[in-house]
Design a protein around this ligand. Structure first.
Ligand code: XMP
Length: 481
């Protein structure tokens, strides 16, 4: 037997001690952090790779707000890759593969093409991609003959404003404005189409100045994968679709098959960062780091919907796990992601203060408009469902995807769940929740006198509290309305 002498602590066991602060306003605080080396987040928040939390709408909203979403893996490979592509298409100042049409096509075909791709203009090219003109919805609006040819209504090349492939964003914006046009085709030295800048995309860029974006101005997104050999194909499909980071999503991440997977991913996709987890010990961090992981996810049994600790007896209270793992991560230069158990901005601040670079949230984001699934009404109040990815129904759903059909009733009985299914209040848009969380974090950082997350790590001092201290910390002796 090996009984560790120290007591494992979690969020409610401690408070942060206020420090002398020179910060006069919460707006002076910088919450930016590293997700992995090379990917900066303006807000240190990640939406969890759970099927009741992150699909494309959540990933788009998270990246627009300055965080990032990790698409769950409990769906067919093609669907996950399509979701990656959807996030990558949602915003960018350059459309990389503009939809084109040939000059001999009919106006009816052009209309159909526009409707199917949901766009308002097509670049007209020859078969080799040379630009011959542009046709927009306005050109088609009152055109009488559906059978007329596109070339009869298009703006021809000689009247078209174009730019070179390397056109900087500001120059593109000026050109669009000066010529009062909405679309600017980008061409190579032989006048072949290589991209398109639209006024609408530039406006979107201004709407979300904090957004987490790649070097091409596209929103960033992560995708979860498992550790089976088929997960290498899943990874490949996501990488091809433009994923920014892969997340190995295993409940017990301190395991041989996880380190092997990290090594294989790093070998096969050397330019795609890999987050691995979950672990709860310094040794777990060191082993995954040695395998090549770029960041480590920490948390075993801490999540709101987890019953791993009840079913298996295993876990480390989250604050202690984060403390041990962050010290190991810091020594290796690896960011630590606090995953599970965060219920409010106070918990978020504590998770970061103890050493995490960012935090992953599940239930807290599951009740938003952007999470998958519809709201249900109970006793006149609206709720959404959140479920552990090791819950009974999530296990069954996974088996059904694998078998491509319903499983037999006796298969249900074989499942040993390590998660539960629950309702959370429907809370509206995720941007509002993030605003509250980040507001609380900013305030928390100012209590420490910390202008940055790094300063918070350095300055944070925790004090253990008793249950009496905890009751004092909550509203008490009043009837809260
Ligand atoms: P919160 O507390 O933010 O936690 O809802 C989200 C994290 O919980 C983990 N997770 C699970 N853990 N059984 C578990 O033991 C499960 O079924 C389960 N599903 C999710 C996961 O790390 C997630 O990010």
């Amino acid at each position: 037997m090996n009984l560790r002498p120290e007591i494992g602590l979690t969020f409610d066991d401690v408070l942060l001690v206020p420090k002398r602060s020179l910060i006069r306003s919460r707006s002076a605080v910088d919450t930016s952090t590293w997700l992995v080396p090379g990917i900066r987040l303006v807000i240190p928040i990640i939406s969890a790779n759970m099927d009741t939390v992150t699909e494309a709408p959540m990933a788009i909203a998270m990246a627009q707000a300055g965080g990032i979403g990790i698409l769950h893996r409990f769906m067919p490979v093609e669907r996950q890759a399509e979701m990656v592509a959807k996030v990558k298409r949602a915003e960018s100042f350059i459309v990389e593969h503009p939809v084109t049409i040939q000059p001999g096509a009919t106006l009816a075909e052009a209309r159909l093409h526009m409707a199917q791709s949901g766009i308002g203009g097509l670049v007209v090219t020859d078969a080799a991609g040379h630009v011959l003109g542009m046709v927009t919805a306005r050109d088609l609006l009152l055109a009488p003959q559906a059978e007329a040819r596109v070339e009869s209504v298009m703006t021809p090349r000689e009247r078209l404003v174009v730019a070179g492939s390397g056109e900087p964003l500001d120059a593109a914006r000026i050109k669009l404005h000066e010529h009062r046009i909405e679309k600017l085709p980008l061409v190579d030295s032989e006048d072949r189409i290589v991209g398109l800048v639209t006024a609408q995309d530039i406006v979107k860029l201004q709407e979300h100045p904090q957004a987490t974006k790649d070097e091409k101005g596209r929103l960033r997104v992560g995708a979860a994968i498992g550790v089976r050999s088929s997960d290498l194909q899943r990874a490949e499909a996501c990488v091809r679709a433009g994923v920014d980071v892969l997340v190995i999503d295993i409940a017990h991440g301190h395991a041989e098959h996880v380190t092997r997977m990290v090594q294989q991913l790093k070998q096969q996709f050397p330019h795609t960062p890999v987050i691995a987890g979950n672990v709860a010990t310094a040794q777990g961090v060191q082993d995954l780091a040695q395998a090549g992981a770029d960041a480590i996810k920490v948390g075993v049994g801490a999540g709101s919907i987890c019953i791993t600790r009840i079913v298996t007896g295993y876990g480390v209270p989250q604050l202690t796990a984060l403390d041990d793992c962050s010290k190991a991560g810091k020594a290796l230069g690896l960011p630590i992601i606090a995953d599970g158990g965060i219920r409010n901005s106070g918990d978020l601040t504590k998770a970061l203060a103890v050493g995490a670079a960012s935090a992953m949230l599940g239930s807290l984001l599951a009740g938003t408009d952007e999470s998958p699934g519809a709201a249900v009404v109970r006793d006149g109040r609206r709720f959404k469902v959140v479920r552990g990815m090791a819950s009974l129904t999530a296990n069954v759903a996974r088996k059904e995807i694998e078998q491509q059909g319903e499983i037999e009733p006796d298969e249900w009985e074989k499942v040993v769940p390590e998660g539960v299914e629950a309702l959370v209040p429907h809370r509206g848009g995720v941007a509002d929740i993030l605003h509250q969380l980040v507001g609380g974090l900013r305030s928390g950082m100012s209590y420490a006198g910390a202008e940055t997350i790094d300063a918070l790590h350095a300055k944070a001092e925790f004090i253990r509290i008793t249950p009496a201290g905890w009751s004092e910390s909550r509203p008490h002796d009043v009837n809260v309305i």
